[in-house]
Design a protein around this ligand. Structure first.
Ligand code: FPP
Length: 250
């Protein structure tokens, strides 16, 4: 039986978030420059996007560039931005053919104007696609996002649009850049690191975390299936007892 056939299609996470890590180390192992790793990482992006859409995952968020990544050497940042533009340009027709909607989260205004333009066009051109939403987190960090949300809510309070006592989970959710997406139920991080690294801190509150030693450029469909199967074999209790969960499931 193939790994994919073991997956219960009625018990898929609606939203999978991925920290694509290890491009640099993968390249170093091969005696190549870090950018070689990023270039090869694009094939893994294709594979997981395809695997997710084929299975019926509705939302997938990829951590493509963090706020902290701006501190990398300038040539690496430039190479990543160039790669982003060329990949989107190349893949847009495939996204449309496969009914995939592209969205972004993060401080997009920080990106070079060519990248902003390419992204905007891709978001616009794919906005009616309904099979899967692919979210690219770019110049994103969760603390940045939370600060923006706090500012937004404070302004609403100041303007008398919301009473302080009415601030609740929903008002915070609505002020985050992920307001249109359900929270991820599964977060995958590659390359053996076991941190969340400022990624979707609020949204991952109840997510299952899956860590694999595989470097991102080596990540293939089978690794994605492994993560989904691992998720399906866990018991998600949301603070309840096992017995309560069995009662709820019936
Ligand atoms: C982490 O590896 C990877 C990144 C910071 C960039 C991810 C980018 C891509 C996979 C390519 C472009 C993506 C799209 C969506 C077009 P690292 O450099 O931190 O590796 P290291 O930890 O081994 O140094």
């Amino acid at each position: 039986m193939e790994l994919k056939d073991k997956i219960d299609l009625n018990n898929l996470p609606k939203h999978v978030a991925i920290i694509m890590d290890g491009n640099g180390r993968w390249a170093k192992q091969k005696g190549k420059a870090r950018v070689f790793g990023h270039k090869n990482g694009v094939q893994s992006v294709r594979e997981v996007t395809e695997a997710g859409a084929e299975l019926g995952i509705q939302y997938m968020t990829l951590y493509a560039f963090s706020t902290e990544n701006w501190n990398r050497p300038k040539f690496e940042v430039t190479a990543l931005m160039t790669l982003l533009v060329s990949t989107i340009r190349k893949e847009i027709s495939t996204l449309n053919k496969n009914q995939i909607r592209l969205q972004t989260i993060g401080n997009i205004n920080m990106l070079p104007s060519a990248a902003q333009k390419e992204l905007l066009e891709a978001v616009e051109s794919t906005k009616h696609n309904t099979r899967m939403t692919l979210v690219l987190a770019l110049s994103y960090s969760s603390k940045w996002e939370i600060i923006e949300a706090v500012k937004d809510i404070a302004q609403q309070a100041k303007d008398g649009q919301i009473a302080i006592d009415d601030i609740n989970e929903d008002s915070i959710k609505d002020a985050l850049s992920t307001k249109d997406f359900p929270d991820p139920e599964l977060m995958i991080r590659t390359s053996g690191e076991t941190r969340i690294s400022n990624f979707l801190l609020w949204q991952l509150a109840y997510a299952e975390l899956f860590f694999t030693p595989v470097f991102w450029p080596d990540f293939r469909k089978k690794h994605f299936y492994e993560a989904i199967l691992n998720f399906q074999n866990r018991e998600r209790r949301f603070g309840m007892t096992s017995e309560q969960i069995t009662d709820v499931k019936g």
